[in-house]
Design a protein around this ligand. Structure first.
Ligand code: DGL
Length: 263
């Protein structure tokens, strides 16, 4: 069973990719909606939350963990691995790999939460491969709450996206990494505001491809059955809005199960 966690509902963008590429796998998801956002919390707090999220998933039977959260991926993966000794997949390396495959001029922008951007993890990993790359990062702390609220197409959201992207536009980036698993939900607005010449990268499909390879599964065929695996979605707090956002991401209604008590 694959256990996936995020601070909230945004990590379902990774679940969506897993369902497409690994439809026979059993998946259990935890969105820590009671404590979202993680992106404005200290690395120590995010690590503690990530360990508690992982404990919950392991108790549900997870044997592989996906940190579907850039913030947790940037500060907590080593602690998860050291504590649970399970395969742990994170979302940063796959996005870095894709960006290096795509970028023609190695002028790469990264948007993410404050904790992710301040960790400098994207710059570090990109430069490990291509020291000459120019990497420009920008924290966008207002986007996660707007997305969790379902404000995806509001004019206010479009204005805020535009404002956040101005410094990256000025730098003439050719590739933009969505360094937060919530941001694919704003990808249309982000693409419109950053311009059509910029390739926008998110890690969901790349993480799912890594898992597919890790599990040694045969390539998917067009006439393969659409599903077969089980899917359970847990949240630490449930509201109608979370239900709506989850339905929008997955394209179908799957009940959110509220966990009993604290994590
Ligand atoms: N989806 C999380 C990420 O990728 C959101 C972080 C947050 O809760 O602020 O970073």
């Amino acid at each position: 069973m694959i256990g996936v966690f995020d601070s909230g509902i945004g990590g379902l963008t990774v679940v969506r990719a897993l369902l497409e590429q690994l439809p026979a796998c059993d998946i259990v998801y935890l969105g820590d909606t009671a404590r979202t956002p993680y992106g404005s919390k200290s690395p120590e707090t995010v690590t503690r939350y990530a360990l508690e999220d992982t404990r919950f998933l392991v108790d549900q039977g997870a044997e592989i963990i996906v940190a579907a959260c850039n913030t947790a991926s940037s500060v907590a993966v080593k602690s998860i691995q050291a504590t649970y000794r399970l395969p742990v997949f994170e979302v940063i390396r796959p996005a870095v790999r894709r960006s290096l495959e795509t970028s023609s001029g190695l002028r790469i922008g990264v948007i993410g939460t404050r904790t992710t951007v301040e960790s400098g993890v994207y710059e570090k990993r990109i430069r490990e491969h291509r020291p000459e790359a120019r990497v420009y990062s920008c924290a966008c702390p207002l986007l996660v709450p707007l997305i969790e609220e379902g404000w995806l197409t509001r004019p206010e959201t479009r204005r805020i996206v535009k404002k956040y992207l101005i410094p990256l536009k000025v730098r003439q980036i050719d590739t933009l990494i969505l360094g937060c698993t919530h941001y694919p939900l704003l990808s249309k607005t982000i693409q419109a505001k950053i311009g059509r010449r910029v390739t926008v990268i998110d890690s969901a499909a790349a993480v799912a491809a890594d898992l597919h390879t890790f599990l040694g599964l045969p390539p998917r065929l067009a006439d393969d059955p659409p599903s077969g695996g089980s899917l359970r979605l847990f949240v630490s707090d449930r509201t109608d809005q979370f239900e709506k956002t989850a339905r929008m991401i997955l394209g179908r209604k799957i009940p959110l199960e509220k966990i009993d008590g604290p994590l």
